[in-house]
Design a binder for this molecule. Structure first.
Ligand code: ANZ
Length: 967
């Protein structure tokens, strides 16, 4: 992390020496704005900005507090990009699109007089560095640091106005110390469902003792022994260990989050098979926050699309749990349609459901009278279940749900429908997921498509209970009156609609203890451990009972130990029975430790997993606020200043967060969850991390494939007679997101070298609206360059390097052009419409160039230099100083406009006579109705049509048209 000097510009006057020395080999006039000139002035200004700490933003308290507290009286703005992973390939021109846009926005707001926090860090834990380490033995830290260095060089060349003192990498021990610390806060909390918030775990103990919070299990808390009490407490923590079903990928040697598994059940990376396996794992109880994560979306200024993706991901459904007695056991199903209970014709359990074995134990040893289809070709339910489970072990949840042909086996037992005593056969089937609801469903094939498919496959009855459909061929899922739904125990829902029926059934069930209303979520707890090396170690140790102990803050960070070999033990890709063995287990000196955790020296073992890659990004915005704080992850005073709520319904958070829509659910859900825990525990004042979110589009480019369909390097493709060739072979053009996989990357280094960074910035910003994807075309970059050349020539003579401005006064037309440009550009910047900012500046430059071939008035040019500075900061800074100003243009007040110049003096109005447009007239913008009629009647063409006729009605629609009715 680099610590520079506090911002001086804008406060103090600087001496300025014009820097331009024309290069000897440059072509054309000595002072032409070309690549060499651009490169040289860009380097100069970049160095100057860094040396002066131009973009350093002060904090209220701590090491970044200003010498002059008045600096904090400015309005604040916190702008943030989704930080990059420092990959070895470096950047292509698609990466900085968002970074340039946020830089433009930040610069504009500094000119409005705000204190702006903008920086960029690195999300630097992750697999590529580790994979590289496995292949070459290079420590991932070495690779990561080298990649960060290279990316920083590339980004610096773009002139991004970042506060470098605040740049962090998630791999810095001073950073991950606090990632571990936050983990411990979450570990040391439980979720109070009554208060709907996290509370310190210490507050749970008395509540369990007094019975105010119910102890799970039969025995009251007070009667449990020490070890059992610990287990109970542990089961309440927001981070807990659980035997849970995970995605185990033997080929990679690690478990994966659901999101890292493709729809066809393979690893997103490496494309290896993934198996479902039960393992003891760290889990984060994000599900406790389901309601708040959904409900608080309403307070956020985010794209609707992202909000609805989060809502769907959390997936709140309202329904009921219904209990069915079966062979001495109780099967609980979750249904969103308790109204259809009379239509249930069988039950299905997930093959992994915990009751399957117990039910099998009650089933007959051999199938009796079961149709052949139900038995999976086996003689006994036990054999059928075993064979079926084996067959489906490798299928992913998505595959299981999408599979049209339904499969399953009969368990040999029946369940009793609580509303009518019907005996329903019980199956297992893989379309029912173990991880959702209760892992069991009551099947209503007449009204549910999946059940319908299953019923047809297995010849099960279709019981129609909602009127209005024809259910023989297809389930009727529409609305209708209930039918065939009454019993003689006081339940009769015939004739009711869906909502009424649901309510009635729930009530009836609840009275008899046969079920209750239930809200169900799709969101699962967050699997929070990976069997890898290059990640944050867990700040916990285990005692001889296997109980986890949080390490005290004084023992943080727990640094990654050196290991010889970074490889997790991986296995044959389809060895489903293999067990994870993380690389840290190989560091035996590190794993076993002697510690005094308050009760004398004891031997403990460390956790050999590491945190998932999402950990650091779940809170990094808070570290930007207070990057060097050694006492806390972030001082709440600084947090309150930068992200505290403003006004009643404002959750607070970063003022603008820009990044790709691909992070809509994972990163943005995880960081909301962590932030809410920190909020509940009183560590931050904002209840959300990101107040406003903006998704930028992608830069796309042509890509080329050869006859085999393999991508070839787009840069080396030649075009001849409308065809494309690579190394003499014809190749085929397509179009897609720029990147490594399509081999169509263009490096910003090249464009900076050939045109300068300002040209690249102007080009990228001018390409189109920020939220849409846009095609890259290197040949069009020159257009942006020419615009900057014209801007340059407005101020500087290409031949002599002298100023070419005049001191003449602005004409009425000049004032109109200028004020309109200011008004338009101001609004466009505010709304992030940077493409139209550029368009308006181009138009204005063209106007001045045309109107003043021998030198435009200074008063017309100076505001232009300020206005374009956010987009093209280097050339603007240079011109600003050549114009004789001191201090950076970064703090030059953004020009204001005068309303009077925005009004048109005259407006054109069509004149209709008896409904037909006969002429157009020009009238003063502030003309009265009478004046307008007068001008209309005096118009020649109108006069010709009204001659000899009586005008008996006149209608003026102000600003729009005149209507005359004549006879
Ligand atoms: C009976 C029924 C009748 C259902 C009907 C639907 C329509 P959402 O809305 O996604 O929450 N279900 C419950 N648990 C399941 C599991 N573990 N795997 C697969 N399916 C499961 O869906 C809830 C509905 O999906 C539940 O309501 C249940 O089928 C099924 F006309 O129960 B329903």
């Amino acid at each position: 992390m680099c610590v520079g000097k506090r911002a001086a510009w804008g406060v103090e006057k600087l001496r300025y020496l014009p820097m331009t020395t024309p290069s000897e080999n440059s072509q054309g006039p000595a002072y032409r704005y070309n690549a060499e000139l651009a490169n040289s002035l860009e380097r100069t200004w970049q160095q100057r900005w860094v040396a002066e700490g131009t973009f350093n933003a002060p904090n209220p308290v701590g090491d970044l507090a200003p010498a002059d507290p008045a600096e904090l009286e400015k309005e604040k703005l916190f702008v943030q990009d989704m930080f990059p992973y420092p990959s070895g390939a470096g950047l292509h021109v698609g990466h900085p699109l968002g970074y340039i846009a946020t830089d433009v926005f930040a610069r504009f707001n500094r000119q409005l007089g705000k204190n702006v926090l903008h920086t960029l860090g690195y999300d630097a834990f992750g697999l590529p560095a580790e994979q590289y380490a496995i292949q070459t033995g290079t420590h991932p830290r070495a690779t990561t640091m080298a990649n960060i260095e290279n990316m920083r060089r590339q980004l610096d060349a773009l002139g991004l106005g970042h506060d470098r003192r605040r740049s962090v990498a998630t791999t810095d021990p001073e950073f991950y110390k606090w990632t571990q610390w936050i983990f411990l806060q979450i570990f040391n909390s439980w979720f109070d469902t009554k208060q709907q918030k996290a509370r310190p775990i210490d507050e749970l103990f008395p509540l369990l003792e007094s019975g105010e919070v119910e102890t799970p299990g039969e025995v009251p808390f007070a009667q449990l022994d020490e070890v059992a009490r610990r287990d109970v407490i542990d089961s309440f923590r927001l981070v807990y260990r659980s035997e849970s079903m995970v995605n185990w990928c033997p080929g990679l040697g690690t478990v994966l989050a659901n999101e890292e598994v493709t729809a066809d059940g393979r690893s997103e990376r490496g494309n290896f098979p993934v198996f479902r396996k039960k393992l003891s794992q760290w889990m984060m109880r994000i599900t406790a926050y389901s309601d708040r994560l959904i409900d608080d979306l309403d307070t956020l200024d985010w794209p609707e699309k992202v909000k609805s993706m989060q809502r769907n991901w959390i997936g709140r459904s309202r329904g009921a749990e219904v209990h069915f007695d079966a062979a001495g056991h109780r099967i609980t199903v979750f249904t969103t349609r308790p109204d259809t209970l009379f239509g249930a014709s069988y039950l299905v359990l997930a093959p992994e459901h915990e009751l399957v074995d117990a039910l099998l134990a009650q089933a007959p040893d051999a199938y009796q009278e079961a149709p052949a289809k139900w038995t999976y070709g086996e003689d006994s339910p036990a054999a059928a279940v075993a064979a079926y489970r084996k067959a489906i072990a490798a299928k992913s949840d998505v595959e299981r749900q999408e599979n049209k042909k339904k499969t399953g086996v009969f368990l040999g037992v029946y369940a009793t429908n609580p509303v009518n005593g019907e005996q329903l056969p019980v199956f297992i089937g893989d379309y029912v997921l173990a991880g959702y609801g209760t892992g069991a469903v009551m099947a209503v094939p007449a009204h549910d498509e999946r059940d319908h498919e299953f019923a047809l496959e297995f010849d099960l009855p279709l019981l129609e209970v909602v009127a209005g459909g024809e259910v023989a061929k297809e389930a009727f899922t529409g609305e209708g009156e209930m039918i065939n739904s009454a019993n003689d125990e006081g339940l009769d829902i015939n004739g009711l609609n869906k909502a009424e029926a649901k309510k009635a059934v729930n009530q009836w069930l609840e009275q008899r203890g046969a079920g209750e209303e239930k809200i169900q979520y799709k969101l699962r707890d967050w699997l929070f451990a990976r069997q890898r090396y290059w990640g944050e170690p867990f700040p916990v140790v285990y005692d001889e009972h296997g109980h986890a102990h949080a390490l005290p803050e004084s023992m943080l960070p727990v640094e990654l130990p050196e290991v010889e070999d970074y490889k997790p033990v991986s296995f044959e890709p389809d060895d489903a029975d293999s067990e994870p063995q993380p690389p840290l287990a190989k560091a035996s000196d590190w794993v076993t430790v002697e510690l005094d955790l308050g009760d004398g020296l004891k031997t403990y073992t460390r956790d050999t997993n590491v945190m998932p890659q999402w950990a650091g990004s779940s809170w990094y915005q808070l570290r930007y606020i207070d990057p060097n704080n050694t006492q806390a992850f972030c001082d709440i005073e600084n947090e309150r200043y930068w992200t505290g709520p403003r006004g009643e319904n404002d959750p607070g958070g970063v003022d603008l967060y820009v990044g790709g829509v691909e992070h809509a659910v994972l990163h943005l859900l995880y960081s909301r969850f962590w932030h809410k825990v920190l909020f509940d525990l009183g560590f931050v004042s904002s209840s959300e991390p990101y107040r406003k979110l903006f998704n930028q589009g992608y830069i796309q480019a042509y890509a080329y494939t050869d006859a085999r369909g393999v991508y070839v390097p787009a840069a080396e493709v030649e075009q001849r007679e409308g065809k494309f060739f690579y190394q003499g072979e014809e190749v085929f053009q397509e179009y897609g997101k720029m990147g490594k996989s399509l081999k169509n990357s263009v490096s910003p280094d090249e464009i900076c070298r050939d045109y300068g960074a300002d040209t690249l910035r102007v080009y990228e910003m001018a390409m189109g609206p920020l939220d849409t994807s846009r095609p890259w075309a290197t040949k069009d970059v020159i257009g942006a360059h020419r615009f900057l050349q014209r801007l340059w020539r407005l101020v500087v003579s290409e031949n002599s390097g002298e100023l070419v401005l005049s001191d003449s006064e602005l004409t009425q037309e000049d004032l109109k052009q200028l004020h309109r440009t200011i008004a338009g550009v101001r609004e466009d910047y505010t709304e992030l419409r940077i493409n139209t900012v550029v368009a308006k500046c181009i138009e204005y430059v063209n106007y001045l160039t045309k109107t003043y071939p021998n030198g435009a008035p200074r008063e017309a040019v100076e505001p232009l230099v300020i206005m374009i500075a956010a987009v093209a900061p280097h050339i603007a800074e240079e011109l600003w100083h050549r114009l004789g100003n001191s201090g950076s243009v970064a703090f030059a007040p953004f020009p204001d406009f005068d309303e009077q110049w925005l009004k048109d003096d005259e407006v054109e109005m069509p004149v209709q006579i008896n409904g037909k447009v006969r002429s157009r007239i020009m009238v003063p913008a502030d003309a009265s109705q009478e004046q307008i009629i007068e001008i209309a009647l005096a118009n020649e063409a109108v006069a010709a049509h009204t001659e000899g006729k009586e005008v008996f009605k006149t209608i003026v629609v102000p600003g729009r048209m005149v209507n005359l009715v004549v006879k």
